[in-house]
Design a protein around this ligand. Structure first.
Ligand SMILES: CC(C)(COP(=O)(O)OP(=O)(O)OC[C@H]1O[C@@H](n2cnc3c(N)ncnc32)[C@H](O)[C@@H]1OP(=O)(O)O)[C@@H](O)C(=O)NCCC(=O)NCCS
Length: 222
């Protein structure tokens, strides 16, 4: 998405890429879609969003996912701190083009920014070593409540990524499970996530965590 121009149009967010491709991300139920298709737009990508409510969480199931991901404690799972940011960048850079789908499901390459902040947190699975290499990471944005302490009430996953050599071993499921368990303890009531329809890995991970798909999106291009 780097270099893209983004602006609000009548039909939601609109993007113009450096290659001068225009892109719009719309709800799949948006009534203007047939008209746009007739006008030369085409559906380039489909994506979804899903929700997990704290009162529906199967805590024991999530704890099992954490144990599996960490190989019974051989790997470390913990919040990402400032000290880990270089390792996160080392994972993010080479995997930035690994996200299926289009503008709706990509994320902008990370830059060195402090973490955690009151509204952004991350969890990682780390191998042994100092500095410890990071094998999987998930970042979430938090929505504060209106109590005096601004306790977060909702969390939205920004991205989750696993080192290519460590995929299919439950790391994505485990690191997301850990973030949900910890944030639920901190008072978060609602978790949201999303991805591209063809991203079977993250769809499966979300399903095992208990996320329920509730929105479908299309990315139109011309
Ligand atoms: C998507 C991604 C995070 C999955 O990570 P992972 O650690 O391999 O996922 P898990 O091992 O926890 O797998 C979760 C489930 O999906 C399945 N799965 C994982 N990747 C899969 C794939 N490419 N095709 C089919 N199934 C897959 C696993 O078998 C598992 O199913 P199970 O619970 O029935 O055993 C990883 O492939 C990745 O980093 N991709 C690039 C970035 C990305 O797309 N992130 C997600 C959007 S934010």
């Amino acid at each position: 998405m780097r270099g893209d121009t983004i602006f609000n149009s009548d039909h939601g967010l609109q993007y113009i890429s450096e290659e001068f491709t225009e892109e719009k991300v719309l709800s799949a139920r948006d009534p203007s879609i047939p008209e746009l298709l007739a006008d030369g737009w085409r559906i380039a990508h489909r994506s979804w969003a899903a929700q997990l409510d704290a009162d529906k969480i199967d805590r024991a199931a999530l704890e099992r996912l954490v144990v599996t991901a960490t190989r019974d404690g051989a790997l470390h799972i913990r919040p990402v701190t400032d000290r880990d940011v270089p390792a996160v960048l080392d994972l993010d850079g080479p995997t930035i083009n690994a996200y299926p789908g289009g503008v709706a499901t990509r994320h902008a390459a990370l830059t060195p920014k402090p973490l955690p902040t009151p509204l952004r947190v991350g969890w990682g699975i780390f191998d042994r070593g100092d500095p410890a290499p990071i094998l999987a990471v998930t970042y979430l944005d938090l929505m504060p409540g209106d109590d005096p302490k601004c306790t977060p009430v909702a969390a939205e996953v920004d991205f989750t990524v696993v080192h290519p050599d460590f995929r299919h071993q439950g790391l994505a499921s485990g690191v997301k499970a850990m973030s949900v368990l910890a944030l639920m303890e901190a008072g978060v009531q609602t978790f949201r996530t999303g991805g591209a329809v063809e991203n079977v890995g993250i769809l499966a991970a979300n399903r095992v965590l208990g996320f329920v798909r509730d929105e479908e999106w299309v990315t139109l291009e011309r």
